[in-house]
Design a protein around this ligand. Sequence first.
Ligand SMILES: Nc1nc2c(ncn2[C@@H]2O[C@H](COP(=O)(O)OP(=O)(O)O)[C@@H](O)[C@H]2O)c(=O)[nH]1
Ligand SMILES: *[C@@H]1O[C@H](CO)[C@@H](O)[C@H](O)[C@H]1NC(C)=O
Ligand SMILES: [Mg+2]
Length: 240
Amino acid sequence: MAGQHKYSVLLPTYNERENLPVIIWLLTKTFQENDIDYEIIVIDDNSPDGTLEIAQQLQKLYGEDRILLRPRAGKLGLGTAYIHGIQHATGDFIFILDADMSHHPKFMPEMIRLQQSKNYDVVTGTRYAGNGGVYGWDLKRKVISRGANFLATVLLRPGVSDLTGSFRLYKKDVLSKLISSCISKGYVFQMEMMVRARQFNFTIGEIPITFVDRVFGDSKMGAMEIVSYAQGLLKLFVAV
Ligand SMILES: Nc1nc2c(ncn2[C@@H]2O[C@H](COP(=O)(O)OP(=O)(O)O)[C@@H](O)[C@H]2O)c(=O)[nH]1
Ligand SMILES: *[C@@H]1O[C@H](CO)[C@@H](O)[C@H](O)[C@H]1NC(C)=O
Ligand SMILES: [Mg+2]
């Protein structure tokens, strides 16, 4: 299906030992069934739950050409995890998704098809258009996410419906350029990527996705993240 292209998946993990085997199984199944060439780059930040040992076992199972381990010494955050991962990517396209099963690999062939149909620079999953949606979140978390997305849309007018999501497909050179131009950390980072993409006139396609809250492990989002999101958003508003 994907022709001569190779897709590198950047999978950042922090305490995902229950989720990693399932997400990797689903990824490989999806890629094999659709005849897609791939590699999965696991970027683990020294998770205390032993995620890396699980990843090592999975690497033995699936092969060193399919599962690459690029661990780091400590929890250094998501933005730098992507920078670290992309340096080791050999594909010409990059998928980014969460390892906690909130992003289902079943949407990936559709994202690839859309990318190919219009030669998009970026294809982003969206929870806030078409059949997209969020499952398993309590009202508070839904309101926070919607609010964050709405506020960002009003302030930054990026032309995409889901700014804070992180299930995306990029041309590799496009992702490199975007990452190196971004100044934000944490949740604001995903949003800034879309704002910069618009500044560079990159083309962006959207695929409705369903986001399912994690069953295993804990979200890393807390009050601190909300405060730093608001600060980061304002900083970005002033900067662009
Ligand atoms: N390597 C690395 N991965 C992280 C870090 N923080 C979060 N993650 C991973 O990033 C993804 C999203 O994190 P999560 O806590 O689920 O965020 P949420 O879905 O917004 O609540 C998951 O795969 C986490 O394991 C980090 O500091 N380093
Ligand atoms: C993007 O497109 C606009 C409108 O066509 C143009 O004015 C601007 O210079 C372009 N920006 C870049 C970075 O190419
Ligand atoms: Mg999550």
